[in-house]
Write a protein that binds this ligand. Sequence first.
Ligand code: NDP
Length: 328
Amino acid sequence: MFSAIVIDKNDEGQTVSVQQVDEAALPEGDVTIDVSHSTLNYKDGLAITGRGPVVRKFPMVPGIDLVGTVSESSNPGFAAGDVVVLNGWGVGEGHWGGLSQKARLKGDWLIKLPAGFTGEQAMAVGTAGYTAALCVDALINHGVKPDQGEVLITGATGGVGSVAVALLAKAGFTVVASSGKASEAEYLTKLGATSIIDRADLSAPGKPFQRERWAGVVDSVGSHTLANAIAATKYRGAVAACGLAQGSDLATTVMPFILRGVALLGVDSVNCPIGPRMAAWERLARDLDKDLLALIGSQTIGLAEAIQAAADLIDGKVRGRVVVDVNR
Ligand code: NDP
């Protein structure tokens, strides 16, 4: 038997509790893992509170991220004792996830945790940090280089934005952070931002073709912010778009694409193939300073506390990352 958060649904609605689960109930998969840590993402908050249609079947164990040690494997890529990390793949939505002491998953979804991270640190990075690394890789693989000028990070104090600022600064870029939180200027500077702009400068409808400023952009905000970022991207520059904190709409024209060769690079973390996943985690292990990870901040809580913390997260009462020690 092991402990897990279990979401169930009956005629009266959704129930969530920590339950003792029989190992025989684990879903199909070729790798069984003793989970050490998971984390709480916005999506987990929606799943646990039932405030968003995240869970696709019941009963469900939530948790879209996990790290742990393989206990059994029939997958040739993994053996007992390997420390592995999982992000996405619909885990915690359609397949039992990481807010549990045990998980059984497809080995094809896993990567070995790169040296340099503890399990707790890997979960402080979580899907947000891994998505930031995918965005940075997308820009650099496109050919964006530090000597081409400033790069813009929107939603800069957020989970994705903070790690993107740190990684791009480390890679030698001049980073302009866009944020709505003037009080966080010192934090963003410590992460590596050279200058900070008020997100209000980008969040209202603007001209579809503006003075060229950005060599590259990491956008986790969408809507008018993304449209304005595209409109001011330099000739042959690129915009990595991964989020919708402002909105999922995008009102722009083809002009930046056809007159400046601007590239709009979509970034998805959930079904991203293993190759780019490993590259993103390698960048994080190599370039994300552990002191900066501590500055980005995380609190570690136990499994039972994760239920209330999920509601707090959705209510906007949580700052920084929430790591869950599933054995606490
Ligand atoms: P956070 O909530 O941590 O950060 C989002 C940031 O966006 C906030 O900190 C804030 O930054 C800014 N922001 C919030 N609301 C608005 C608004 N109305 N207008 C403009 N800016 C706003 O979220 P994450 O960083 O974890 O995720 C960011 C986005 O990326 C989300 O939409 C999420 O769904 C998406 N995402 C996508 C993934 C993918 O696979 N494509 C994976 C992970 C996340 P500030 O105060 O500094 O302005």
